[in-house]
Design a binder for this molecule. Structure first.
Ligand code: 5GP
Ligand code: MN
Length: 348
């Protein structure tokens, strides 16, 4: 079926085999503010565990955007910040926890991080973020890969679990690969990405429909908010090839849009010729006085380094984020200092 080389050592394969064989009740988790790769990998892993005869309970720290609700398993996913009793039961019964698309307990949010730390079941991390924390019995971390869905498919190939790969599993995996590469616009130069996709397509999935489900599913409010932000709220630092967009909760509500409906906005300014860095600041919808930071870049500009130096965060080279406990006005000042600190590379 494939010429893709193995990514697991013999030891890792045996450990994974044993942990899965010994488990009956598997809890699956992804990171806070889940995106297509988080939900896609968690969904695929849930379906896989059920195919292997396990009881699988997927949990998200908080709700995720509507454009992912068409995915299978959607109605089984527990909301960590709302369904406390069912989440506690799932952890109490768990004999294995799969952590998908995040590299450390805290990225599941405080509430779930505490429950995760208190749960005695062994943990397996399957992820592609840099610098994984040492917090699991088995850590399968591949930052060179485009998405956790790519990592998961490679793990499934190594374990022989792709024998019997279902179209629903393939749809979920394709969703993560497609969204984390911006429909193959970035982080997708490795030939293995397309070999992975070609394996998924053999199950007969309609990838064009998945594209429409995810990218052509927005509300009028999102469109009007996008127009407003680009027209009224975008500062362009022409000499530094950098843009900054800010959005308050009042503005978000004025356009009747929910959490998650601004997903992807930060990418848009990079479509302007010559732009190198785009920064998006938005007020957190739950925590007052917290500003969420998203950054995107092209070529070699290190968003992750900037986010860890200035915004209490991190991430990938071309896509990173963080947060600031301050007012929007103060956060804008921090952004200006951060951009100035990189003026030599941004000016070129
Ligand atoms: P986004 O801008 O879509 O929220 O995040 C882009 C990427 O930045 C995420 O995939 C994640 O790797 C990283 N990221 C976002 N927020 C944080 C944060 O608060 N801390 C760290 N370490 N990484 C973050
Ligand atoms: Mn991801």
């Amino acid at each position: 079926m494939t010429f893709l080389p193995s990514i697991l050592s013999d030891n890792e394969r045996l450990t994974l085999q044993r942990l899965v064989a010994e488990a009956k009740n598997v809890v699956l988790l992804c990171h806070q503010n889940p995106d297509g790769d988080a939900i896609g990998s968690m969904t695929a892993a849930t379906l896989l565990m059920r195919r292997l005869g396990k009881t699988a309970t997927p949990i998200v720290p908080n709700n995720y955007p509507d454009f992912l609700s068409w995915l299978p398993v959607n109605s089984d996913i527990l909301l960590g910040d709302r369904q406390h009793r069912r989440v506690d039961n799932a952890f109490a019964n768990a004999d294995l926890v799969l952590m998908l698309d995040f590299n450390g307990l805290s990225r599941a949010g405080q509430l779930l991080a505490d429950k995760l730390a208190a749960c005695s079941a062994p943990r397996i991390m399957i992820d592609h973020h840099l610098n994984p924390e040492d917090c699991c019995q088995l850590t399968i971390s591949h930052p060179e890969m485009c998405s956790t869905c790519e990592v998961l498919l490679r793990v499934m190939l190594d374990m022989g679990w792709t024998e019997g790969l279902t179209a629903d599993e393939a749809r979920a995996l394709y969703t993560g690969i497609m969204t984390d590469t911006g429909n193959f616009a970035y982080a997708s130069n490795r030939p293995e990405v397309f070999q992975a996709v070609s394996i998924l397509l053999t199950t007969g999935i309609d990838k064009d429909k998945i594209y429409r489900n995810v990218f052509f599913s927005h509300t009028e409010g999102r469109f009007r908010l996008m127009g407003y932000l680009l027209y009224e709220k975008m500062e362009i630092m022409h000499e530094l090839h950098t843009t900054l967009i800010t959005m308050t909760n009042e503005e978000r509500m004025r356009f009747n849009t929910k959490n998650g409906s601004t997903e992807g906005f930060v990418n848009i300014p990079l479509e302007m010729s010559g732009m190198k860095l785009s920064i998006f600041l938005r007020e957190d919808t739950e925590q007052e006085g917290l500003i969420r930071v998203s950054t995107r870049s092209v070529d070699d500009f290190p968003c992750n380094e900037m986010c860890s130096r200035f915004f209490n965060g991190g991430g990938h080279k071309n896509a990173a984020g963080g947060s600031l406990k301050m007012t929007m006005e103060e956060a804008v000042q921090v952004v200006h200092s951060a951009v100035l600190a990189y003026r030599e590379v941004l000016r070129l």
